[in-house]
Design a binder for this molecule. Structure first.
Ligand code: GDP
Ligand code: MN
Length: 376
């Protein structure tokens, strides 16, 4: 789950990291009011759950009320990489001497968080990592100890942080690491971290992504979740307890068990197609659950065929068949369905499905080929 910049900055502020004064605005008039109370110049910033707002024109400096009005009008309603801007954050502008990068994210190879610091902040850090990896200093704190003071200072030395700012930046890095752990974050990043002309150091931007698996113990942050139009099916799937990931292919996938669903994705790929999603109905799914799963997959307009792959253990073939039949009878699916049903009560299931508007296949590969062919 991603948070907006203004929300992530509250997390930073609570961790004792300095942020510029700012106010949220939902309309251009509110942005002007915010500008007036903060004092000009201000920066008007699009609040969308995606990076690269600056390059897309979603961050504008305003020197007076007229400019704030114009900036807010231009940014509100703007489409940034598929996200429509519905709010702007108006912030007191900072006189910048330098822009650093500071972030904590999960290093899956090392199986622990990595703290990264660079003097070349403000731009795409991914690009810097590609072209000039030596410009990013890294530290992998012991998870039981946290980022220790000497490690944090060593990180600053390695990154080339000037003497004057070293202590402040080292302190911010430790606070950021603690906040990362406390919020069960996958990524907590400040890019840019501004060094002001007067030497102060403040967070210019904030990016926070929380591990969805930890939301149960992050109630306060979990309440900030926003559902976007294009994520409604994800939200529905989440409520129903499915493991669901939207992908960009055309073959809808339903299976029971994460391993089976993953091999189903492979089989579809092997057959020359691309999966539209990953959907695991879990073990022991009843008719109603299967029905909801199929409805979610059919709700995606990119889906051109659906491949239902069930290997019944505690999941019963007859229950699965009943769920599929309910969808076929109630809403006449607009795309072909292909099913491979094996395991517990699969014969009963196949008997129920006989004569229904779908293709039944004996093996997974056969079904994958058929689903890919029908999607074309
Ligand atoms: P992003 O593009 O979505 O990462 O948005 P950022 O919040 O990082 O802003 C992009 C860029 O806008 C920054 O790298 C700065 O160069 C500039 N910017 C943001 N806030 C200020 C500010 O207060 N003063 C000045 N002069 N520039 C700013
Ligand atoms: Mn940024």
């Amino acid at each position: 789950m991603k948070l907006h910049e203004f929300q992530a900055k509250q997390v930073l502020a609570r961790a004792g990291i300095a942020i510029p004064n700012g106010r949220l605005a939902l309309t251009a008039d509110e942005a002007v009011t915010a500008g007036g109370s903060l004092g000009y110049p201000v920066v008007v910033k699009a609040q969308v759950l995606i990076g690269g707002r600056g390059k897309a024109g979603g961050v504008k400096v305003a020197k007076n009320a007229d400019e704030a009005l114009a900036a807010a009008k231009a940014i509100l309603g703007m489409n940034i990489k598929g996200y429509t801007v519905q709010k702007v954050y108006v912030e007191k502008a900072v006189k910048i001497a330098r822009e650093l990068y500071l972030g904590v994210t999960l290093d899956r190879d090392r199986r622990r968080p990595v703290v990264m610091l660079s003097m070349v902040g403000g731009m795409d850090i991914e690009e810097v990592a590609e072209t000039d990896p030596e410009k990013i200093a890294r530290a992998w704190p012991n998870p039981l100890m946290g980022l220790l003071q000497f490690e944090s200072r060593a990180l600053c030395f390695e990154a080339g942080v000037p003497d004057a700012e070293r202590d402040v930046v080292a302190d911010i890095a430790r606070r950021l690491y603690d906040a990362y752990v406390k919020t069960d974050a996958l990524t907590l990043e400040i890019n840019p971290l501004f060094v002001r002309e007067d030497g102060g150091v403040v967070a210019g931007d904030a990016k926070l992504e929380i591990d969805d698996n930890a939301l149960f113990r992050q109630q306060e942050l979990a309440q900030l979740r926003e559902v976007y139009k294009d994520e409604e099916s994800e939200e529905k799937a989440r409520r129903l307890g499915f493991a669901f990931v939207q992908l960009d292919g055309s073959v809808g996938i339903i299976g029971n068990g994460a391993g089976l669903v993953m091999s189903t994705l492979d089989a579809v790929k092997h057959a020359g197609g691309r999966a539209a999603n990953f959907l695991d109905i879990g073990g022991g799914a009843r008719e109603e659950v299967v029905k909801h799963a199929l409805q979610i997959v059919l709700g995606n307009p990119k889906v051109k065929s659906v491949f239902i792959n069930i290997f019944g253990g505690i999941t019963r073939g007859d229950e699965v068949a009943k769920g599929i039949l309910a969808v076929i009878e109630e809403e006449r699916p607009r795309v072909p369905l292909v099913i491979r049903l094996a395991g517990t009560e699969s014969e009963a299931g196949r008997a129920l499905l006989a004569g229904a508007q779908l293709t039944a296949c004996a093996t997974m590969d056969e079904a994958a080929n058929e689903a890919v062919r029908l999607a074309k």
